[in-house]
Design a protein around this ligand. Structure first.
Ligand code: ATP
Ligand code: MG
Length: 406
């Protein structure tokens, strides 16, 4: 074999298995979403009113994790915006991911920013922002749509004020009309919401069912063709990934498995992606289970865990009184009232069940007993997970300063 042949062969064997990995990334929304025709048409049927000059109903979308709620909504909105632009209908929308903009104030600022209003860093009172928003709507839009995706985060964190205000806005707007879309995967969402808000928000409801194994296979096949070079991934591997993800009917998990399998193959220098790689990918995902568990904790417990993490830097054994003090401070930072020690103890019990903390009762003889909490996961791991969240990172830094004071 000539030197050139060898060189080319080596280069070829080092070639990535991925033709374009973007197609397996979380933000990619395909132009065509198989198995969701019914949901797409229902959404489009409601929103098409805009093209006919009437206000569409508010819409509530519910379905478990990874069932296409966000993808369907973004696809329909994108197309609708194209059509309204063509027809010169003054239409606009604001997409608010409430996992990120999870306080009423932050969500309000996000909507204002999407309307190209400049809110200074030092901030304005919410009612001033709201009146600026209304003024802008009246001037520039006939129809405006606000999507509150993962809206349970907003409501759990800071109540439903903004939803209430926005559902009432139409009665105060003269020329323009506003509609809302609320999206959640939280079965218990209805319980946190004021009955009036719930009924205005769900003028129309769209339910998303988990995907079946065959559907997941179809979705993966479509993605695999775009993401991998031809012949790189085994059909068996795709079927296996679909079977694993079918336990939850979760398309996101299915796609993640395929991406991680490809990465594993690449790391090992394998030129093909086989069942083996998907199996390892699924183990890797399992190993990340702690991360999953922490990320899916209710926000209140995440915040509590953040406090425990901060405290654990000053001492490895923390009394519950100290935890309450810290938690109350954290709550005040997001504009919420303190909660009772009993509620905190409930939260702690849940964190203990999940193996994140452990607790022991220490007796001081006549002086009574107290519970001592210890983190069971290295604090760096918890920080690594929670501080990716910019809001938490900000609060955590301030907490460190507060705790450092004598
Ligand atoms: N029918 C489909 N065809 C192709 N890809 C899909 C389909 N449904 C979902 N996906 C993809 O699966 C992933 C998860 O979908 P999506 O984000 O819409 O789920 P979701 O219902 O919003 O979940 P969550 O409740 O966690 O927010 C995305 O990458 C999306 O593009
Ligand atoms: Mg979503």
């Amino acid at each position: 074999m000539s030197l050139l042949d060898k060189f080319l062969e080596q280069a070829l064997s080092r070639r990535s298995v991925f033709k374009d990995k973007r197609y397996l990334s979380v933000d990619y929304v395909p132009d065509d979403l198989p198995y969701r025709e019914k949901e797409i048409l229902k959404l489009a049927d409601i929103l098409v009113n805009i093209l006919k000059g009437t206000r569409p109903s508010n819409i509530f979308e519910y379905g478990p994790v990874g069932t296409g709620k966000t993808a369907v909504t973004q696809l329909v909105l994108r197309k609708l915006k194209e059509k309204t632009d063509e027809a010169k209908v003054p239409f606009g929308y604001s997409y608010v991911n409430c996992r990120f903009y999870r306080t009423n104030y932050r969500a309000l600022v996000k909507i204002a920013t999407d309307l190209e209003l400049k809110i200074s860093k030092t901030g304005l009172p919410p009612d001033v922002i709201l009146s600026l928003i209304m003024k802008r709507l009246e001037e520039n839009y006939m129809f405006f749509l606000v999507v509150f995706d993962e809206v349970d985060w907003l409501v759990k964190y800071s109540g439903d004020d903004i939803l209430y205000q926005f559902t009432r806005l139409n009665s105060e707007l003269a020329k323009s009309k506003i509609s809302l879309i609320g999206i959640t995967n939280d079965v218990r969402f209805r319980e946190y919401l004021d009955a009036r808000v719930l009924s205005s928000l769900s003028e129309e409801t769209i339910i998303f069912q988990p995907y079946t194994q065959d559907q997941l296979y179809g979705i993966l096949l479509q993605r695999a063709k775009l993401a991998f070079w031809e012949g790189v991934i085994d059909d068996e591997a795709i079927r296996y990934a679909a079977a694993v993800a079918a336990r939850d009917g979760d398309a996101r998990k299915a796609i993640d498995l395929l991406r991680v399998a490809g990465e594993i193959a690449e790391r090992k220098g394998d030129s093909k992606v086989a069942v083996d790689h998907v199996m390892q990918a699924s183990e890797e995902v399992e190993r990340n289970i702690i991360k999953e568990v922490i990320l899916t904790l209710p926000p209140n417990q995440q915040l509590l865990l953040l406090g425990i993490a901060g405290l654990s830097k000053t001492s490895s054994k923390i009394v519950t009184g100290r935890i309450k003090q810290t938690y109350d401070w954290l709550l005040s930072q997001i504009g919420r009232q303190p909660i009772t020690l009993r509620r905190i103890n409930d939260y702690l019990a849940e964190l203990e069940t999940l193996g994140i903390i452990s607790s022991t009762i220490v007796s001081f003889g006549r002086h009574g007993r107290t519970r001592i909490i210890k983190l069971e996961i290295p604090v760096e791991v918890i920080e690594d997970i929670l501080l990716k969240d910019p809001l938490f990172a900000e609060i955590y830094q301030e907490l460190a300063c507060v705790l450092a004071q004598p």
